[in-house]
Design a protein around this ligand. Structure first.
Ligand SMILES: Cc1cc2nc3c(=O)[nH]c(=O)nc-3n(C[C@H](O)[C@H](O)[C@H](O)COP(=O)(O)OP(=O)(O)OC[C@H]3O[C@@H](n4cnc5c(N)ncnc54)[C@H](O)[C@@H]3O)c2cc1C
Ligand SMILES: NC(=O)c1ccc[n+]([C@@H]2O[C@H](COP(=O)([O-])OP(=O)(O)OC[C@H]3O[C@@H](n4cnc5c(N)ncnc54)[C@H](OP(=O)(O)O)[C@@H]3O)[C@@H](O)[C@H]2O)c1
Length: 382
């Protein structure tokens, strides 16, 4: 019997497909990945996520070693581990190269031999405005601090004891087990941005996009099972709100219902920046609409016109029909950005419930709470 693979014993999977979903002219880089489960003994259901353990970019590791004056061969022991490993190994596979804390800034201050550097660090530490203090450190990665405050020398062990652990990232699975029992698809926005005048990259999204080799058993993964999922009863209608990469689990839902010939109606609200560049899986949705597997598709492209149009605007425009579906027993799902989108969609839902369900705003709050409690309002937001 093969070993059971989980977060503590990830399966080293092959990445078997990688392609761009957004166009070359898109302002975003959203990619589709297929991970093979062959030989893993792993299974999944619609709504589950895949956990991926990334490796840091070798160039970022080399830059940090150089800036800090290490060779990489220094021996270190990760806290709570017993075996010693090289600093290079620790920085490549075990620790996060970003997110330095003020504890580290304090250590640099204490060790700085250059008076100007010491004073600059002291003034950052003494900053009274918490917002300013936070936004300053957020601009920095370890490499910048070592470069800018080069007179401070610290040991390899001191460094690694202050670094955060490199954690696995979760991705909503965008394939259906009924169609792809031995493969998991992911829909990933590749994270690239700039802070402190330097180009930065998200560790795991660029690991999948740039560094993981195709067809090589090397990507450590595990399946994270979730309560998020399709209703047990295939005849129940579902309403899915998934802008951007939030569409991932809904590709899985619709693919699954289509593959199994489930009769329940499916309504998707999708949105992204521009129709010509960011319409993820456009051909598949067209086919599903044609076959009837997808009952309705409402689109909100935010940057195709002067004013922003978002998924919640489409919900409001179709509020009477949306309320009708909900009254007929539909489940309501939201996936994607937690900070703004999910809050605004929640507010639109409350408004629709209040107006079309003829309830006071307070009664609508109670109604939505009950809707959630029944498991008919589910969210997978990040
Ligand atoms: C349940 C769940 C499901 C998810 N599903 C998906 C999915 O289907 N698809 C998907 O793409 N993601 C998904 N995510 C998000 C995913 O897990 C990762 O968080 C994402 O890919 C970023 O990881 P990373 O390692 O590439 O970036 P990291 O190395 O973690 O870097 C991200 C960090 O970079 C910083 N940052 C990013 N942009 C900027 C900016 N413009 N300015 C300043 N700082 C910035 C922020 O501190 C941010 O937290 C999901 C998350 C969860 C919890
Ligand atoms: N740090 C943040 O504040 C933040 C916010 C969103 C996403 N993210 C991250 O960025 C990555 C890419 O995200 P993604 O590809 O899934 O898409 P996304 O950036 O969430 O964008 C998808 C669509 O949602 C729109 N949108 C923006 N604000 C919205 C709101 N309040 N309500 C409804 N829709 C809204 C966007 O429009 P416009 O872009 O034209 O406004 C775009 O058309 C993810 O890793 C995500 O976690 C970060």
């Amino acid at each position: 019997m093969s070993a059971i693979h989980d977060k503590n014993n990830p399966f080293h999977a092959k990445l078997v497909d990688r392609r761009r979903l957004s166009s070359a002219a898109s302002l975003k880089d959203t990619q589709h990945f297929s991970v093979s489960l062959d030989g893993s003994g792993l299974s999944y259901k619609c709504g589950d996520s895949l956990g991926v353990f990334p490796t840091n970019n070798a160039k970022s590791v080399a830059d940090l070693l150089k800036a800090a004056g290490f060779t990489g061969t220094e021996s270190v022991t990760i806290p709570k581990d017993t075996t010693a490993i090289t600093l290079k190994e620790a920085l490549t596979n075990r620790l996060s190269l970003n997110g330095p804390t003020y504890k580290f800034v304090q250590l640099l201050h204490d060790r700085a031999t250059d008076e100007a550097q010491k004073a600059a660090l002291a003034s950052r530490i003494a900053e009274a405005d918490p917002e300013k203090k936070k936004s300053w450190i957020e601009q920095y990665e370890y490499v910048d601090l070592f470069e800018e405050f080069s007179s401070a020398k610290i040991s390899a062990q001191e460094l690694i004891e202050l670094q955060r652990k490199l954690m696995p990232r979760l991705y909503s699975i965008s394939s259906a087990p009924s169609k792809y029992p031995n493969e998991i698809h992911l829909t990933v926005a590749v994270v690239r941005y700039e802070t402190n005048g330097r180009k930065r990259e998200g560790v795991c999204s660029t690991y999948l996009a740039d560094r993981a080799q195709l067809n090589t058993a090397e990507v450590p993964v595990f399946v994270a099972h979730s309560h998020f999922g399709l209703p047990a009863d295939d005849s129940v209608p579902v309403i899915m709100v998934g802008p951007g990469t939030g569409v991932a689990p809904f590709r899985s839902f619709v693919m699954d219902r289509a593959t199994r010939g489930a009769k329940g109606r499916n309504w998707l609200f999708f949105g992204d920046q521009r129709k010509d560049h960011d319409f993820l899986y456009a051909d598949e949705w067209a086919d599903y609409l044609k076959s009837g597997a997808l009952t309705r598709l409402d689109l909100a492209f935010s940057r195709d016109q002067a004013e922003k149009i978002y998924v919640q605007d489409r919900m409001r425009e179709n509020a009477a029909e949306l309320w009708k579906w909900i009254s007929e027993g539909a489940y309501f799902y939201v996936c994607g950005d937690a900070k703004r989108m999910a809050k605004d969609v929640d507010a639109a839902l409350h408004q629709i419930v209040s107006e079309y369900g003829k309830m006071s705003p307070e009664a609508a709050v109670d109604w939505v709470k009950h809707f959630k409690k029944e498991g008919r309002y589910q969210r997978d937001v990040y």
